[in-house]
Structures are given as C-alpha cells and as structure tokens.
Write a protein that binds this ligand. Sequence first.
Ligand code: UGA
Length: 436
Amino acid sequence: MKILVIGTGYVGLVTGVCYAQKGHQVLCVDADLAKVTQLAAGHSPIYESGLDVMLDAQIRRGTLTFANAIPQNADYDIAMIAVGTPARADGGPDLRNVFRVVEELAMTLRPGAIVATKSTVPVGTALKIKRCLESLRRRDIRVASVPEFLREGSAINDTLFPSRLIFGVFDDATAQQLQQLHERVPAPVVICSPATAEMIKYASNAYLATKISFINEIANICAKTGADVVEVARGMGLDARIGDAFLRAGLGYGGSCFPKDTHALVSLAGELDYDFKLLKAVVEVNQRQRRLPMEWLDSHLGDCGGRKIALLGVAFKPATNDVRESPTLELYQALTLRGARVELYDPVVSSFVTSSRASVPVDRDAYAVLDGADAAVLVTEWPQILELNWTRVHAIMHRPLVFDGRNALHPTTMMDMGFVYADVGRTTLLPELIAL
Ligand code: UGA
C-alpha cells in the first residue's frame, strides 16, 4: 500500500520505517526541513536501538522517502497523522497541528483514502476529523483511530510485534482495509468505534501509570516497616491477575506519554463534569515521589549550598536520549536553586535545556562527575551506571552518600562498601528494624 505518515517524531518515524520494512511504499512528511534532510540522509535524530540501520536500509531499498510538505494530488491509500499534541496550559492536548494536517489532506487525498490518527488524541477526535472533512466536502475520505503502543527503547520491536492492533472505525470497509494493511503483523485485532480506540489508548497509559504510583506508595510504606518492595512486587506479580510488569518502585514515571496522557484524561473527565479521583491521586503521588531524593539530601547534608551533587542519568529511562519529564531536570533545578554545584552524567544525553532556556552540559565520564562529590543520586538505571566500579567511586567521592532512585544497586553490597545508601522502599529507614 501507499502510506503517508505526517510527523516524524518517535511514533511517526518508527511507524514509517516499520511499514516500509513490511514492503509498503511510505512517504514521511515533516515541516522541519533540517530534520527531513537529516532523515533522508539515513540519520535518525532520535536514539533508538536499530533505527539508523533500518532507516538506511529502507531508503536504499526505495520503500521510504521523506518530504517537508504533503504532496499535491497525493495518491495514497492511507494517511497516518503522528504530529505532536503538546499539552495546553489546562492539561488538555493542543490539537491545532492535527486539524491543520486534516485540512491539508482534504485538499489532496484521493476518494476512498483513510485518514488515521496515530498520535494520542482525546476521545471524540476522530469524529471531529470526520465532521471537519465533511464540512470541506470530503465525505469520500474515511476516518479511523489506530493508536500506537510502542515504548521508547523498544520501539521497533513493539511496532513489528505489537501486543494488539486496535482499529477504531466508522464502517466495515475501513476495518477491512486496515486488516489488509496489517495482514503480516502477528497480533490480536480489536475492531471498535473510534471513540473506543481513543479511550483504549488513554486508559492503557493511565492504568500503567496507576500501577507505578501504587507500587511507589507501597514502597514508601515499606521504607517505614522493614519490608522490601522489590520482593513485595515479585510476590504480587506472580499472581497472573496482577502481573509483574510496571511494578518497579522508584522516582516515578516520566517521558513524553504518561505525564501528558494522565493530565489529559483528568482534564477530559473534568470537561465532562466527572471528577477522576483515582487518576488525580496517581499524578499527585508521582509528583511527590520525585521529591524523595531532595528530602533525603536535606536530611543528610543539611544545607546543599556549595556542595557538589552528582546526578547519574539524565534520560527519563535507559535506552533513550529523551529527557522530557525526566526527574533529573526537576532535581537539577531544585538543587541549583539551593546553591548546590550539580554535575550530571549520562551515556547518551550530552546536554539539556532548562525551563529558563539555559543549556546544561552533561558529562560522559561518570568518574569525573563523582570525583569529590558530597552525594550522588542515581536517577536513570543505565547499565553503564550499574557497572561502575563502586569501590573506586567510594574512594573518589568526598562523602559516600548515594541515593538509588531506581532500586538498581545492591543495598547490602553498597552498605558493606561503606556507602551511606538509601533507595525507594528496599532498605528500611528505621535503625531498630535493621537489627531484626
Ligand atoms: C509508554 C507506554 O509504555 C507505551 O505502551 C505507550 O505507547 C507510550 O507510553 C506512548 O503513549 O507513546 P514510554 O513512555 O516510552 O511508553 O516508556 P515506559 O517504558 O512505559 O516508561 C514510562 C515511565 O515509567 C518511565 O519513566 C519509567 O522509568 C517509568 N516506570 C516504568 C517505572 O517507574 N516503573 C515501572 O515499573 C515501569
């Protein structure tokens, strides 16, 4: 099939490359000319294992091309909208990019073509797109919601071997066409209304975020009782009704999806006059979780002013260079506000921009960052951090204070080495319980 993908962010780019790999003819469009030029030369602007190789292979094979505008008289079977939907001030997503694209598509797509949303959009968006096309006298264009469930860091695998395919459609013919497009994708298919498809995406992300906040609250109680949250999660996860995924306690969820989507769903519920109490609490717990290292540093260092603090990991999770909503950024701001000298390490991120638009450099040498530090906080569980020579780290730090924000290091080993070590619900904070 001939596929148009609009937007070459994480979702759009990976989707485009994977459809091309399946043998479809794909044109990826992005308004950013510099990005398009980089992509056309086979270089991915995002760090995703295996993406550069696949990108280059599909360009050479002739199945994947790039452009910085939607072509006139486009003879495409399907147009996938994967443009950004940034959060508005009230938490809801800004859909102006989506509707700008729909208006352009209305002027160019052939009759019978499908316009499908891949970006996460509020429930009811597909219907609005349908109405918009009708008002532009394009009743002959079909509309669908085909949400994406890929994770950064395993995006290609998640796209080629998805857990499920969700086709939100208004008619059977569109469902059939979508099934044809995905006939070589080994996954169960759910055919439903577009509103249901849109809600499946939000509900999935909100539920995963709920699991994370739940285990984080359990972890906080574990810290006060002597229970070990990692073992608790293992014991819970063995119950198939619960499952062991997304029960890793830590500094909470970040990234471009969970924070935005949980806010958007709370906001959508509010617009419908429904108070989504549970999800509001999930968001609140996540915000509180991020403050744990700061509280711990305050209690151990007293005043952070003038102290050197090493932040280990800047990406919001390992295997990506994405820093959006990374707890490190918040921690960096809080520490610098208190006058601390903050140095950062990450194996792939080389800098980031603060909310006041200052560019902050990130070191690739963890030992240089830890040298002379008064405390270290592990924020991202990169293997490169876990594999550091911690005996050497102990020797070079000014004070051996380590807060393990991802429960990634071994508590007893760290304490045996002489570190003053803390984590999120593994080691108890109560000395009398340590003795038990
Ligand atoms: C998430 C979903 O997992 C994907 O299914 C979805 O397609 C995507 O959002 C999206 O909506 O586009 P992603 O944001 O790439 O994917 O990352 P995850 O692996 O889900 O991790 C999200 C955050 O949760 C990270 O900050 C991670 O550190 C945190 N997390 C995850 C935990 O704190 N504990 C866990 O047990 C799992």
